[in-house]
Design a protein around this ligand. Sequence first.
Ligand SMILES: CC(C)(COP(=O)(O)OP(=O)(O)OC[C@H]1O[C@@H](n2cnc3c(N)ncnc32)[C@H](O)[C@@H]1OP(=O)(O)O)[C@@H](O)C(=O)NCCC(=O)NCCS
Length: 278
Amino acid sequence: MTAEQISLEAMETGHLDGAVLLSREAGWPHRREDWELVLSVSEGIVALQDGRVVATTIITPFGSDAAAINMVIVDSAMRGRGLGRRLMDAALEKTGIRSCRLVATKEGLPLYEKLGFVAVGEIIQHQGKALKVAVPATVSWARDDEHEKICSLDRAACCLDRSKLMCILRQAARFAVIRERGEVKAFAAVRAFGHGLVVGPVVASSRQQAKDLIQFMLAHHEGDFVRLDMELSTELGPWLVERGLAHVGGGIPMQRGPKVERAEAPYRTYALVNQALG
Ligand SMILES: CC(C)(COP(=O)(O)OP(=O)(O)OC[C@H]1O[C@@H](n2cnc3c(N)ncnc32)[C@H](O)[C@@H]1OP(=O)(O)O)[C@@H](O)C(=O)NCCC(=O)NCCS
């Protein structure tokens, strides 16, 4: 079967069982619900061979000037034949003039470099069973009327219009906040993902605030399997290991196209929604 006999089509929910099989085969933990969440704020492309999903990619727009490309997977039996490149070309066509970002695996890196993506840092992944820790007094669960403020902090930290994504997370995640004089100054979210839970995004204006937020989530999920993805430069790795979350891998964040503005000081994203969404 040649690459030309494989058709590219818009991803629909009917393709998700095939997509889950591909991600499982690639060693990724995504459940059908995790694919559904990403697809609900994105546009996906599947490669079909005799109706079977043999490759995937998803484009998540953030407003009109930025997008993330994620879930790039080619069936292991069909790699090295140009299918990954074909999907990426189709994805980039959809992103148009937007600035594009992604988190590359070791396997994806050469392809993305050829397409003009440039490495901009390093992401580390930590996960494990959360050990017993104290609940920090500075953190509380968020009220529903604080969601707008949470969204504005997210925007200040990542400089992206992620309003659609944050709207979905409002349903899918539980948020905790740090307030100063009654106003929300930092937040973290926790939700079901993969083999357990993921904590992210975490947006704060200091490492101490980020630690307090994460510790609050761990204290409420003692013994649960928890994952966090974050920039190596946050220097939170060793602290997470002490709390039961081992360093198990990571990826290379890459960008292509016009640069997006820098974060609004002092806010910073200390943990990602996940590697796919940044
Ligand atoms: C990454 C992945 C999608 C690539 O798919 P693929 O179909 O094998 O890729 P292609 O055959 O289209 O190759 C793409 C390009 O990368 C190049 N390439 C691939 N591996 C390379 C390597 N190790 N060193 C240098 N170049 C490499 C190819 O030569 C090709 O370049 P060309 O288009 O100029 O000829 C596939 O390996 C995969 O699914 N991996 C597992 C999941 C994963 O890690 N996905 C990436 C998520 S960020």
